[in-house]
Design a protein around this ligand. Structure first.
Ligand code: SF4
Ligand code: SF4
Length: 147
């Protein structure tokens, strides 16, 4: 009988503590979101895959196809080709591809670029079982963003 009363008191105490914690959490602001209907804003320093930056004056890529990023990449995942068009002072890219399957997000390409033509995206919503889904044509991507 004595043990039964002791157990009941202990059980009641545990219940009160649990309820107090539940009520306490109930009135706090949630730290979770209803993904995918809601998404978190990525922090400033977040690194998604790289992308080309547009020249605000011409609307074209700031890239001059110097290949510095291609040479600086330790994972060999950038490929750039470019030509100097008639009447233009600098080269412009004709091909700019990224194999994101090999990218370590080290940032060497972004740092070495002499024209600040590369930056990290805030893209995190990537999921595929196909390797080809991570091979990006960054020039075409930039063109697509014009629309
Ligand atoms: S972040 Fe690093 S690994 Fe990724 S493309 Fe740039 S240089 Fe290569
Ligand atoms: S380093 Fe910059 S300018 Fe040179 S090819 Fe790469 S993105 Fe273009």
């Amino acid at each position: 009988m004595k043990n039964l009363i002791k157990d009941s008191v202990s059980g009641f105490k545990t219940l009160v503590v649990g309820m107090r914690l539940t009520i306490d959490q109930f009135f706090r602001r949630p730290v979770t979101v209803h993904y995918p209907r809601e998404a978190l804003k990525m922090p400033e320093r977040y690194r998604g895959h790289i992308e080309l930056v547009r020249d605000p004056e011409t609307g074209n890529s700031l890239c001059i196809a110097c290949k510095s990023c291609e040479k600086a990449c330790p994972s060999d995942c950038i490929f750039v080709e470019g030509i100097k068009r008639e009447g233009e002072k600098r080269k412009s890219p004709t091909e700019f591809s990224l194999d994101f399957t090999k990218c370590s997000l080290c940032g060497s390409c972004v740092e070495v670029c002499p024209t600040d033509a590369l930056r990290f995206t805030k893209e995190y919503n990537l999921a595929s079982t196909e390797r080809s889904a991570y091979l990006y044509d960054l020039l075409r991507r930039l063109e697509g963003q014009k629309k």
